[in-house]
Ligand binder design. Structure first.
Ligand code: BGC
Ligand code: ZN
Length: 369
């Protein structure tokens, strides 16, 4: 028996195609610790777009294709005899990165690996989840309450947000009494909106800053959370900071690296700037180096990069999703803007990803829920 999957040839542009893989079985994993998962839904993002343009991504060793998909939602169908933490019928989301060899990997923090090579499902050296079934060990799966099933495909991007914000709080313990008042989120795509949501759940004053002029869906979604949406077409970041700042925390998620340096200029004293955009290109810009450096030195500021997430962040994301469903009922599901029905229609997913007005979330319904 085989299962269908969507794969690319890494390094080749527009190489997405269907492949057949052997049906996995729980015995595939040693010691009776296998979990067979039926894939229900898979989200796609800018990373998938970059992989399909050939800019990013690596095939598993010895193979010439990479199965895509790192934002998954699945249903447990079968578990090995030694699996006690999950049962058939549980909804699960698989973690993206596999542990490598560094000290951080050894203590359960693969998201902080110092290895040159990293292993990420659907991205780097390990097949992803854009397929009908996969087998995984329970250590790599996060259980989702059935009540969150409809928005569960957002858990992986949400885990990335939780890690970024978590990093800011860890770092700011240096200040003993950090009480951020004004917070800016740069970018109003899925990550920017989810970051806005998590920061609103913490009751901060949030300004969500993006290119497009309001009103449109993304700006309305920010408004509904009680955040303030600002278009950089109407107001520069510096002006926004004069009006609503100084910003104690800035979360950068525009995917446009020059924004990182603009953000450095407007970060408040003792502030922290979190950078989360994975920019695979080679863009260069001129920056006001003296001024930025001086501001950081005299203002005790911090800039931190963040990537990926580990179990604690997935679990924080589950809790915040549940909280969000209570506080902003129905809001999360409005991010699910571009459904694609079935693996066979994978080309539609890439058309959506490439479209001029960036979709919030493109996802493939692999099997009915
Ligand atoms: C994924 C992360 C991953 C990063 C870098 C993102 O799109 O969501 O899990 O670590 O890409 O490959
Ligand atoms: Zn991603």
């Amino acid at each position: 028996m085989t299962v269908k999957a969507v794969a690319v040839v890494p390094g080749e542009s527009n190489s997405a195609h269907l492949v057949e893989l052997p049906m996995p079985c729980v015995e595939d994993l040693h010691d009776g610790r296998g979990v067979l998962v039926k894939v229900l839904r898979v989200g796609l993002d800018g990373t998938d777009r970059e992989i399909n343009t050939g800019l990013y991504g690596a095939a598993p060793p010895g193979q010439d294709f990479l199965v895509l998909g790192h934002e998954s939602l699945g249903l447990v169908e079968e578990v090995g005899p030694q699996v006690k933490e999950l049962s058939p019928g549980d909804y699960v989301v698989a973690m993206v990165r596999q542990p490598g060899k560094s000290l951080y990997d050894a203590i359960g923090m693969p998201d902080m690996t110092t290895d040159e090579t990293y292993y990420e499902h659907g991205i780097s050296l390990v097949h992803g989840f854009l397929r009908e079934y996969y087998a995984e060990s329970p250590e790599r799966l996060v259980r989702l309450p059935a009540g969150l099933r409809d928005v569960g495909v957002l858990l992986e991007p949400m885990s990335v947000v939780e890690k970024g914000i978590g990093q800011a709080f860890e770092i700011q313990r240096r200040l003993r009494v950090w009480q951020p008042r004004s917070v800016a989120v740069l970018g109003a795509g899925a990550i920017g909106l989810l970051a806005t949501m998590v920061l609103k759940l913490l009751s901060f004053d949030v300004v969500t800053i993006s290119l497009e002029e309001p009103p449109y869906l993304n700006s309305e979604l920010a408004d509904e959370l009680g955040a303030r949406y600002v278009s950089t077409r109407a107001m520069s970041l510096a002006q926004a900071s004069e009006m609503f700042g100084p910003f104690d925390l800035i979360f950068e998620a525009t995917g446009f690296s020059p924004m990182a340096f603009d953000a450095m200029e407007v970060l408040g004293k003792n502030g922290v700037l979190v950078l989360s955009s994975v920019t695979g290109g080679s863009l260069t810009v001129e920056v006001r180096a003296d001024a930025i450096n001086l501001g950081f030195v005299l203002g005790n500021k911090v800039v931190v990069g963040t990537v990926n997430a580990r179990r604690e962040h997935y679990e924080a994301a589950v809790r915040d999703m549940a909280l969000a469903e209570c506080q902003y009922p129905g809001w999360l599901s409005r991010l699910l803007t571009h459904p694609v029905s079935g693996l066979n229609n994978y080309l539609q997913a890439f058309e959506h990803l490439e479209s001029e007005r960036r979709p919030i979330k493109v996802f493939v319904d692999v099997a009915p829920m």
